[in-house]
Ligand binder design. Structure first.
Ligand code: GDP
Length: 299
């Protein structure tokens, strides 16, 4: 949480500073409310939440003096309302053997690193984990995943560069069944440059996994890079449609200038947010806490 706060405080001190400037010697009027709404939208919170903050503020203090603290208190409360329902612990149904976790997201958003961190948590909890290098397009992604597998004592399955990712996913599922792994985590490619191909590949992975178990993949996690701002909203739309994303992890909240977009995403998609990434190390994956996050954004 300290690292999250340090990262987000860059956003919030910026935002808090602007809010404070907005509310010096001003009574709350239409213009101030409009300026505040613009600020909140610029901070990526989304129009809906921004309006809720200004409506609540207006209902409480219209025509009266307002302090920056009034605003941040109301902001934190409104953001918490949005985030509370999506802040959920990741619960894996272990009656599936293995429980298949598919990890999707745009390249560079932290899929491989997050898989490594997750594998460490799960094997640390005594589960037998296998990871599959389904991003068959990038040698570095395969190598990185192998390093994470070794580091976390997980089984690793890969294939040669350029091989069919769905074929690998199928093979990984079969091997994980044979080896009685509890969890299979499958990495995937995220080349948005070629959207049609990417979609076809992800759809195929989901389809072949379903042949071995109609419920598989049981969990589909999407990683979002906090530093990408507004783009993340569109990324969720794309991957949710193609791969049936049913949970989110936001990475790079240790160094970001923006975390507000998670509020807009949560208001719109209402997908569970399981973890946040707060660094590159194995332990830098923390449960997502609505109130802490809201406070960190609001300042
Ligand atoms: P992928 O292409 O989606 O598999 O992304 P990677 O896992 O390779 O991550 C891309 C880069 O982001 C790497 O340099 C990671 O070390 C870094 N990274 C991933 N998660 C975090 C995080 O939570 N914080 C920071 N600071 N860096 C991260």
């Amino acid at each position: 949480f300290q690292r999250l706060k340090a990262g987000l405080s860059r956003t919030s001190s910026h935002l808090t500073g602007q809010i404070a400037a907005l509310f010096t010697k001003r009574k709350l009027d239409e213009e101030t409310l409009q300026d505040l709404e613009d600020l909140l939208i610029q901070a990526d919170l989304g129009v809906e939440t921004a309006m809720r903050v200004t409506d609540t503020l207006s209902a409480e203090r219209y025509g009266k003096d307002v302090t920056g603290e009034d605003v941040t208190r109301i902001m934190a409360a409104e953001i918490t309302k949005v985030l509370k329902p999506v802040a959920k612990p990741l619960e894996l149904d272990l009656s599936h053997k293995p429980h298949v976790i598919l990890v999707v997201g745009v390249n560079g958003t932290g899929k491989t690193t997050t898989i490594g961190k997750l594998a460490a948590k799960l094997s640390g909890a005594g589960l037998k984990v296998m990871v599959a290098a389904g991003d068959t397009f990038r040698a570095a992604a395969i190598e990185q995943l192998k390093i994470w597998a070794d580091r976390t004592g997980s089984e690793f399955i890969g294939t040669k560069l350029g091989a069919d990712a769905a074929g690998l996913a199928y093979e990984a599922f079969k091997q994980a069944q044979e080896k009685k792994s509890d969890i299979l985590i499958i990495d995937t490619a995220g080349r948005l440059q070629n959207k049609t191909e990417l979609m076809a590949e992800l759809e195929k992975i989901v389809r072949v996994l379903g042949k071995l178990d109609p419920d598989a993949p049981h969990t589909v996690l999407q990683t979002l890079d906090a530093t990408t701002g507004q783009n993340a909203l569109q990324q969720v739309e794309i991957f949710r449609n193609v791969a049936g994303v049913n949970g989110l992890i936001m990475t790079k909240l240790d160094g970001t200038a923006r975390g507000g977009i998670l509020v807009a995403i949560s208001a719109k998609h209402k997908l569970p947010v399981y973890f946040i990434g707060v660094g590159e190390g194995v332990d830098d994956l923390e449960p997502f806490e609505a109130e802490e996050f809201a406070e960190a954004i609001a300042g």
